[in-house]
Write a protein that binds this ligand. Sequence first.
Ligand code: SF4
Length: 410
Amino acid sequence: MRQPCSEIELLAPAGDLLRAKTAIRYGANAVYLGGKSFSLRSRSSNFTLEEIEQACRYGEAHQARIYVTVNLIPHEEDFAGLPQYLRDLENAGVSALIIASPAIMKITADTIPAMPIHGSTQLSLTNALGARFLKERLHVTRLVLARECSLEQIRQITAATDLETEVFIHGGMCVNYSGRCTLSNRMTLRDANRGGCAQSCRWFYHLERDQQRLDTDPHLFSMGSRDLCAVREIAALLDCGVASLKIEGRMKTEYYVASVVYGYRRLLRALQEKNGVLSESELSAYEQLVLRGENRPACTGFLAGKPDAGSQIYVRHGNDSVSHDFLGTVLSYEAEQGTMLVETRNPFAAGDAVEVLSPGREVRSFRIRWLQNEQGEYLEKSRRPMARLRMPVPFAVSPQDLLRKKKEGK
Ligand code: SF4
């Protein structure tokens, strides 16, 4: 059954409080994040309980939900303190937990029975029978389907269960079966299934057969997957009746979160206005919009069928899909002077043509006439990150709007 665009959930990742707020400002209905305990992605900057509570308060004020990953694959020694942690999350105001382990599902259902449980994608669930089992025996209320499902399989599973289904629409893909890969464990002793993946599939290797080199430098061989971008599949996913569209990337930047959420939110609005039908040129424009936050080539993953050679990255790529540099975040706007204070990230100069990304409105452009540091000195260039610079802006902006610049030749 077709899911109305206005009701479908756009779910975004956040590695810290700033990114959680950014995702919500740019149009996410829900944000998922990890706490300091019992969560994968050990290298992402996970939230303290106090920060989770702050995220929940911000979410509540903006009609957005906060989901917390408790998706560790636990060994015997990993359970100490879990019941108290679960109670703390409930008290913080979390809307649901994302769990991979049947043991943690059972402890959650026993400890905080009212808490919705989302079955993590780490379960690699690809069929309705498994989905029903998780609902009946382990109180799962939503299933995050394996990335390895095609559109047709998503449709079948969603139709054959009354569980909500959640589907990845954007972000990193594993070249191995997601949640089942031990490449990183073998190569670096870092356990991918405990959040420590070293992304060994994306390294560059010499390719040999019978001690004969098959690759020629500098085109070393890699076996990483392109990232997922499902702009062209969103209308079909709405038809499948899925409840939530999920963006991957808890370790990605504030700019990635803002621009990807911004792009998909605008796409959903356009689909709503045009009854689910967009022209090829419109789809292509939304694809470009979404991919402005990406730094790797993209593909449609398993949605449109089995990925083939065109979905792989075999040789070095030059981040061809990145069209813009992220320049900084607006800290304040002084309406009377027509100026804004920006916290910088990448270099730029007076005279540059730049763009402002603001939630819910078209991208606006202007040329920087002058730059001033906090001491009031005029500068030709911004050279270092995290500097605070003032500049004139010909329209009103808001704190947390983002400034970017088209890369040369793009
Ligand atoms: S090594 Fe590659 S395929 Fe394996 S878990 Fe890490 S990203 Fe996925």
